[in-house]
Design a binder for this molecule. Structure first.
Ligand SMILES: O=[N+]([O-])c1ccc(O[C@@H]2O[C@@H](CO)[C@H](O)[C@H]2O)cc1
Length: 514
């Protein structure tokens, strides 16, 4: 087989920026089995004294999740948070209109925040700006973060939690541009409401950070205009604007699907440009950054029947439990390459979602918890990407795609921790041929010690725990660093890595002056 060639140049002096650990966030929505029989299942053999599954918590740690968004998603836009606090026996079931599911309210704000705290994971809370408004949003901030002596903080204390939770990150609603959203609004209506709700929330607790809703996807008709209008009302108030993106293989167009990371890259550039245009017109030195708080592969167009076609269900129904292939995992790895390369403008991100719902972790009620193929690129990137992202220079062949025009056949991100010398390289080969990548470390030497690779050549999606193990044995493996890489050049300043067709590779080691 002929090998394509690519060149990646890197040096620790050339950096994109430090890695904010919140980049490795995920998302738990009251949707399907994300909460009930996902993170929470009293009576499960591994359940802790609070009813939370230890097996899921352990996989969440192995996944390297640093932050969790809660409670939605579309769910939040009709959620009455007061229904989910206080004595559990007094809580009433509620018809969630986003997913047409009866929400029992057994898990609410306190249960989630206490669990996140016990697990050492930062919470990101969303407020309902669909059917509710300023007062309910400010009250929730007070309930979570207020000191004793006022109504909502005292309610929290009465409910058994004396210390404020100190939730730092707050989403001003969810996907308010989407016609499917309960309480959907146009950009002016939403911008004004977000500004007033955010103002009140910050008056309750000035230390919080706010995320204003950007577009639900780059394909929305209002994309661009939405960002600029919403930021024209909120620029001085908010810290981040949200981005959401889901990718899937459509009509057998594998090349476009493998190029999803390039679509994500352009989407980020466009949102940054939209935000900076608003800042420039205001002559503002403030830079709005991005909270990419929903991203993943999701077979939304090809497998999801649409919210309105869901029957009303109870008892944690199986909704959007996408089963992933190794190809999906290669794309997830590549999307992480894109996110890393934008570390200067994307400090916060959330893989949507954590468990059962379009998730890297799956569970069976009363049974096992197991890893989908997409688990591995995320866990490996979260573990190996340390310190700063380097501004790599790549010279790679491109290929035309139907959905995104020309896309690079190889993508690369590199990280370096100045404190330890640890270096990591993340590489995607989107082509159907092997690629030899010359990694030029410009006079420095790299000692590679560990490598992992996901190869998309095993086509079958994962169907359950036993099958998952079989598929993963075939497509996810340790890289024999010594035989896959060759060093050459003065002081071994160049390392050549051979990438398998349609694969994602992570390599790590140490960088030193030769
Ligand atoms: O493009 N769409 O048609 C589309 C439809 C629904 C949609 O919902 C988002 O994704 C859901 C699952 O993570 C979250 O609850 C919501 O915020 C996101 C995008």
């Amino acid at each position: 087989m002929t090998h394509l060639r690519a060149r990646v140049a890197l040096h620790p002096d050339f950096r994109v920026g430090p890695i904010d650990r919140r980049l490795f966030g995920s998302f738990v929505e009251h949707l399907g089995r994300a909460v009930y029989t996902g993170i929470y299942e009293p009576g499960h053999p591994t359940a802790d004294e609070h009813g939370f599954r230890r097996d899921v918590a352990e996989l969440t740690h192995e996944l390297g999740v640093t932050m969790l968004r809660y409670p939605g998603g579309n769910f939040v836009s009709n959620y009455v948070w007061e229904d989910g606090v206080g004595p559990v026996e007094d809580r009433k079931p509620f018809l969630d209109l986003a997913w047409r599911t009866v929400e029992p309210n057994t898990v609410g704000t306190d249960e989630f925040l206490r669990w996140a705290e016990r697990e050492g994971i930062e919470p990101m809370m969303a407020v309902n700006l669909g059917t509710r408004g300023v007062a309910a949003a400010a009250a929730l901030v007070e309930y979570c973060n207020g000191e004793a002596g006022t109504r909502w903080a005292d309610l929290r204390i009465a409910n058994g939690r004396a210390e404020p939770y100190g939730v730092r990150l707050w989403c001003l609603g969810n996907e308010m541009d989407g016609p499917w959203q309960i309480g959907h609004k146009d950009a002016h209506e939403y911008g004004k409401l977000a500004a007033e709700a955010g103002k009140a929330m910050k008056l309750v607790d000035p230390s919080i950070s706010l995320v204003v809703c950007g577009s639900s996807s780059m394909q929305m008709d209002t994309f661009g205009e939405w960002e600029q209008t919403v930021l024209s009302y909120t620029y001085d108030l908010v810290d981040h604007i949200s981005m959401h993106a889901y990718y899937e293989e459509l009509a057998g167009d594998r090349a476009s699907f493998l190029g999803s990371g390039t679509a994500m890259d352009r989407f980020i550039d466009r949102v940054v440009a939209s935000a900076d245009a608003v800042g420039a017109a205001r002559r503002s030195d403030k830079r709005i950054t991005i909270s990419f708080d929903e991203w993943n592969v999701w077979y939304l167009q090809s497998r999801f029947p649409g919210e309105t076609n869901l029957p009303v269900q109870r008892d944690a129904p199986r909704i959007i439990e996408d089963v992933y292939s190794a190809l999906d995992a290669v794309v997830v790895g590549d999307l992480l390459v894109t996110l890393l390369n934008h570390a200067d403008r994307v400090p916060v991100a959330a893989l949507a979602q954590l468990v059962n719902v379009i998730a890297p972790i799956m569970t069976e009620p009363d049974g096992e918890a197991w890893r989908q193929p997409t688990f591995h690129p995320f866990a490996t990137t979260a573990r190996l990407a340390r310190g700063e992202v380097l501004d790599v220079r790549v010279e790679v062949p491109t290929t035309p795609t139907r959905a995104h025009g020309d896309v690079p056949l190889v993508t690369a991100a590199a990280t370096h921790d100045p404190a330890t010398g640890a270096v990591a390289l993340f590489l995607t080969n989107r082509s159907a041929e092997p690629v030899d990548v010359d990694v030029d470390h410009l006079g420095l030497s790299i000692d590679l010690t560990e490598g992992w690779r996901m190869v998309a050549d095993h086509e079958a999606a994962v169907e359950g725990p036993a099958h998952a193990r079989k598929v993963l044995d075939a497509c996810w493996s340790a890289v024999d660093v010594a035989s896959t890489t060759r060093s050459s050049g003065a002081g071994a300043a160049r390392t050549t890595v051979t990438l398998d067709p349609e694969s994602w590779t992570a390599l790590s080691g140490t960088l030193s002056h030769a």
